[in-house]
Design a protein around this ligand. Sequence first.
Ligand SMILES: C[S@@+](CC[C@H](N)C(=O)[O-])C[C@H]1O[C@@H](n2cnc3c(N)ncnc32)[C@H](O)[C@@H]1O
Length: 214
Amino acid sequence: MKIIDVGCSYGVNAALLRTDLDLDDLYAAYLEPSGSLSRRQEIEHRAFFRNQGLRDDIQFVGVDPSFRAVRYALDLGLLEAGVTADLETCELTVKERSALADADILISTGCVGYATEATFARVYEASATSRPWVVAFAMHPFSYDDIAAALKAFSLETEPLKRFRQRQRRFSTSTERQAILQAMAKLGMDDRLERTSGYIYASCYISAPPGEAL
Ligand SMILES: C[S@@+](CC[C@H](N)C(=O)[O-])C[C@H]1O[C@@H](n2cnc3c(N)ncnc32)[C@H](O)[C@@H]1O
């Protein structure tokens, strides 16, 4: 299976899907002093993931303008290929298009807002012949409407998975909380979780050819 991860950063999604590790395991491994991975020893990180037995039936292609993060994920073997052009403003090269071709699914976590419909359209177009689904989490209050509209041009229908909200992070200040709640109210978003939990949540959206999504 070939997965494109838009906003892949250091390859966290690849690490989670290609090993049996969960997020708590990754935190424990990375956080010094009790963790097993030192901050400087990339060679140690590579060995750590090799020892986890990275699944080779799942290939990840990362898209993220953060060159150092993508380099790290490539060096560790988490990503098969990386696209570090900022697709908000740049067209894909022939080589990048071929790295993105034939994907089974496009995913994205924590990146909507940085990446807009411009990036999603360029990435999808490069892989459109295999008709991949797109599954993305968008942190509140970012709207997914423009991305859904761009994907509609490729005949994909987008649905929010309403029961599937993912806790993202704590509000950093009360001013941020107020601003986010105001923005959510303006967009008519359901803000019950943000009002009651002290955390910002993300909504999950799934885009698929008509009749294919559950
Ligand atoms: C909050 S991090 C999320 C990282 C990872 N997906 C996760 O869930 O932990 C946001 C990522 O979006 C990336 N990003 C920023 N602008 C972008 C763009 N135009 N296209 C793709 N990724 C972008 C950043 O470099 C960063 O790695």
